[in-house]
Design a protein. Structure first.
Length: 187
């Protein structure tokens, strides 16, 4: 039979083990919470789930990385709030971003009566970007898109079908790269 000193040592060891395990669990919870908080802050969504991530290239040269997040679900659906993050690998001017957006909207939709108004609204959002900058387009509503450059809001566009019309540039099966769009949507 163990003596009382051995029982006390065993009891102290168990208490230390429980303390270490409790500290580990709290630390792990804090780390996971910070990841969740970072993704929330990064996307503007309460419960972002990453659907896909791709690198867009031009003649092999990486231009930017794109990540798509959906609010609380792991499947793509136009009715769900979402965020598209573009992390630039090279610089572009505001004029280049506006011109490319206008060209893609026209290519995807053909000419539309309200297209110039939508492009003018989006142009107010764009800023020059450098390698390492990130634009995030967050959309809670089908008729709204908020744009953030490096975490700072640049605008909030309200326009009929703004979500689908703007994000189709990257998400449409008819985008410049249907294969990358499919991967971005998590298909």
């Amino acid at each position: 039979m163990p003596d009382s000193r051995q029982l006390r040592v065993t009891k102290i060891r168990r208490m230390r083990h429980r303390s270490v395990m409790a500290a580990f669990a709290l630390g792990l919870a804090a780390i996971l919470s910070s990841f969740s908080s970072a993704a929330t802050a990064e996307t503007g969504l309460r419960s972002p789930i990453k659907l896909g991530e791709v690198t867009f290239r031009w003649f092999g040269l990486p231009l930017y990385d794109a990540s798509l997040f959906a609010e609380g679900q792991n499947r793509f659906d136009w009715q769900t709030p979402m965020a598209l993050k573009l992390s630039y690998r090279r610089g572009f001017t505001r004029a280049q971003l506006t011109k490319a957006t206008a060209a893609e909207l026209t290519r995807l939709e053909g000419p539309r009566a309200d297209q110039e108004r939508l492009i003018a609204k989006l142009e107010t959002c764009f800023r020059d970007v450098a390698a390492g900058d990130s634009f995030v387009a967050t959309t809670q509503d089908p008729n709204q898109v908020a744009l953030y450059l490096n975490g700072r809001r640049t605008c909030d566009v309200r326009h009929a079908e703004a979500r689908k019309r703007f994000l189709n540039i990257w998400l449409s099966p008819n985008s410049r790269s249907a294969r990358l769009s499919s991967r971005l949507r998590g298909d």
